[in-house]
Design a binder for this molecule. Structure first.
Ligand code: ZN
Length: 468
């Protein structure tokens, strides 16, 4: 095998396996000038190559024009990987904006741009007010809170409402916290989704290649948005969330007190918001739901990415390490669980508006919160389950292998010093492997998970007490 640093330039009819670097022939009739191999995030079940995904599947990798992709098995090691096929040269100027953007990630080149709208807004806040993280998160929510919530409600006579419901400032703090956790999660993802830190079974040669670098970019692109998308997934989800809320908001505006100025709060339960305040507070609610949509995407995206990678990409398990070297997956998922809990805590506040506290309303809220908590737990265990299975299997195989080498009859009989030392060593190693945790996290993570996952219920109880 050629031991040079760079893999040979891609050829039309064959590709190199990312796991073992052996050459595999492509059985295709059409001519492709550029190929790109990577471990599968999604596996294509159709015949190779498949047609690109339809435009509405915004979470899938969008390929440049006329490009196709598919999964093939390596002839040498048997593992499956994906191949992207591009019918033109990387240097072809006619297609270069497309393809070069897709393939432009090289060792030293500029990374593919993966920022999403909410991050841009936070940066702008930082520059405009001269504040740093996490104060920019607070300022963004605070500015909207004052301009589009406190001022309109006060101006339109609903001051009593502002004083009465202390959940309004809690939304301010809750969504500031959500933004801070979101930024923290993004930072962690950007630092963690690297080939060197992920326990993936990739050849050194592939890791060092341009294609390996592109794969690395695809991993974070799966969550942050692909370079091809004008609107990144977090932003799309934020906008969908705002759109869904806006239907409710329009309904509210049409049905609240039609007088522009409302009389002070007198009884309960009543609609006591004037139309003026409802209209003027629109940007505040849109911001809240936009942030919530972004959070929802990061929870779904993180869960899906870890789940899909763990399922479809061969993992490199080191049985001598405490968690087989897979603890990074547990770390990523725990961080995304915190986002889920924040959203879960916000749910009782969100379903609170304009509804009374009759028993059936309370029941609905309990069910909604219970579903959210179940989803959070599902989002935690679902992606880690395939890793757990792999760790358990690897542990059993390795321990069995070692114990097979120790024969009981020779221990019972007379052994040479060399054999005694060797047997001791084998027993030590097998004990070490037996103590390996079969999950990509330790008990402290479970304590953190359990102590946070009940917060949405606490929030529900507080909410119910306020209106009891
Ligand atoms: Zn192979």
């Amino acid at each position: 095998m050629n031991e040079s640093h760079n893999p040979p330039p891609p050829e039309r009819t064959s590709v190199y396996c990312p796991y073992c670097s052996s050459k595999t022939q492509l059985e295709i009739n059409e001519g492709y000038r550029t190929t790109n191999t990577h471990p599968p995030i999604v596996l294509y079940s159709d015949e190779f190559p498949v047609t690109p995904s339809p435009f509405w599947k915004f979470w899938q990798i969008k390929l440049p024009k006329k490009a196709r992709e598919g999964s093939i098995a390596c002839k040498s090691c048997g593992r499956t990987f994906n191949v992207g096929l591009f019918p033109y040269d990387q240097g072809n100027t006619r297609y270069s904006p497309d393809l070069n953007y897709y393939l432009s990630v090289k060792k030293s080149d500029t990374p593919v741009e993966k920022r999403f709208l909410l991050e841009d807004i936070l940066d702008w806040i930082s520059r405009f007010f001269g504040v740093k993280y996490p104060f920019n998160c607070f300022l963004l929510v605070f500015v909207f809170y004052v301009l589009f919530y406190v001022i309109p409600i006060t101006a339109f006579g609903g001051f009593s409402k502002l004083l009465h419901d202390f959940m309004f400032p809690s939304l301010l703090f809750l969504f500031t916290l959500a933004l801070i956790l979101l930024k923290k999660h993004c930072r962690m993802l950007r630092k963690t989704l690297e080939m060197e830190r992920m326990p993936l079974l990739l050849s050194e040669r592939y890791k060092k290649s341009d294609q390996g670098k592109q794969y690395e970019e695809t991993l974070s692109g799966f969550i942050f948005g692909h370079p091809y998308r004008r609107f990144k997934q977090p932003t799309v989800c934020g906008l969908i969330s705002v759109f869904i809320y806006s239907m409710w908001h329009i309904y509210t505006v049409l049905n609240v007190n039609t007088t522009a100025y409302e009389s002070p709060y007198t009884g309960f339960p009543v609609y006591y918001t004037s139309r003026g305040a409802a209209v003027m507070s629109t940007p505040w609610w849109f911001l809240i739901y936009f942030i919530a949509g972004n959070l929802a995407w990061f929870i779904m995206g993180t869960t899906a990415l870890v789940g899909l990678v763990a399922r479809h990409t061969p993992l490199k398990v080191d049985p001598l390490k405490e968690m087989g070297g897979t603890e990074i997956f547990g770390k990523i998922i725990l961080s995304s669980t915190y986002l889920g809990v924040t959203l879960g805590v916000a749910v009782p506040f969100a379903v609170m508006w304009h509804i009374n506290q009759e028993l059936h309303v309370l029941l609905i809220k309990v069910i909604v919160v219970a579903v959210v908590v179940v989803l959070i737990l599902f989002g935690f265990f679902y992606p880690l389950w395939p890793i757990h299975k792999k760790l358990r299997q690897e542990k059993k195989e390795k321990v069995d292998n070692i114990l097979d080498k120790i024969s009981l009859t020779s221990i019972e009989g007379k052994m040479s010093l060399e054999d005694v030392v060797h047997t001791h060593l084998l027993l030590d190693v097998s004990n070490k492997i037996s103590s390996m945790v079969e999950w990509p996290f330790k008990i402290d993570t479970i304590i953190k998970l359990i102590s946070t996952v009940f917060l949405p219920f606490v929030s529900l109880i507080i909410n119910s007490l306020i209106f009891a």
